[in-house]
Design a protein around this ligand. Structure first.
Ligand code: FPP
Length: 241
């Protein structure tokens, strides 16, 4: 059953860089893909924890434009995991009233996976609960480049005047054009970098870099980070009155 949303001072939109699957597996002397499978199982718990924390939008980084540099075995394993994940989880997301979207450069993904992504988006298009966005073959610079290409085409065709290119019009060309900007970006596994994730959108986000490896990340820790965010004083460059 879909849970009701609580009104909290917490973040409205949380974005997560789910890092540490490989190390989690290595610590257990298992192949890296074992860690990715464990990581995939954590996603549902965090999605389900969104309503009680007032989180209406959750965006997760599943595969970056740079991740193709991993071994062929790992890339193929991840693609197969994404296909299976979509097939397995979508009914549950519909039941939970979760709307699923994907961001990233789709044409480079295989046709079967693209078909499943389209299906998942269509199946959950009527859902009004948590908005889950999965970044797949996503890179912030790549997204801005693709957006700029489309924007330039509109300018060349006379649909947009160069003087109308600004902070309001440019984001309309981004993959995230229907989403609000993230309020809180969490990265697990102790690395303090953003790795090309939501570069434009995170200009004013708060960041949490935590040591927990993604497969160990829990709904409890998620709730604590959301509550901590509620205590922060966001000024967006202004001085507090
Ligand atoms: C980073 O950990 C994780 C990834 C590149 C893949 C993320 C994928 C998942 C969490 C599972 C699937 C998600 C969905 C939506 C089905 P890493 O391998 O870089 O870890 P390491 O830094 O310890 O090597």
């Amino acid at each position: 059953m879909a849970k009701p949303f609580l009104e909290t001072d917490g973040p409205h939109h949380v974005a997560i860089i789910m890092d540490g699957n490989g190390r989690w597996a290595t610590q257990r002397a298992r192949p890296r893909l074992f860690g990715h499978h464990a990581g995939a199982r954590r996603v549902r718990e965090i999605v389900e924890a969104c309503p009680e924390n007032g989180v209406k939008y959750l965006t997760i980084f599943a595969f970056s434009t740079e991740n193709w540099k991993r071994t062929q075995v790992e890339v193929a394993g991840l693609m197969s995991l994404f296909r299976r994940y979509i097939m397995k989880e979508m009914q549950a997301f519909v039941k939970e009233n979760v709307r699923v979207r994907f961001i990233g450069d789709r044409p480079k993904l295989d046709a079967k996976l693209r078909g499943l992504m389209d299906e998942a988006e269509a199946m959950t298009a009527h859902c009004t609960g948590t908005n889950l966005t999965i970044a797949l073959n996503y890179g912030g610079r790549d997204e801005v480049s693709r957006a700029t290409q489309r924007l330039a085409q509109d300018v060349a065709a006379g649909r947009l005047r160069p003087e109308d290119v600004n902070e309001e019009t440019l984001p309309r060309y981004l993959d995230t054009h229907v989403l609000p900007d993230p309020d809180l970006v969490i990265r697990t596994s102790g690395e303090a970098r953003i790795s090309n994730f939501l570069l434009w959108q995170s200009a004013y986000a708060e960041y949490e870099f935590i040591d927990t490896l993604w497969p160990d990340f829990s709904a409890d820790e998620f709730a604590k980070l959301c509550a901590k965010y509620g205590l922060r004083d966001r000024r967006y460059g202004a001085v507090k009155a």
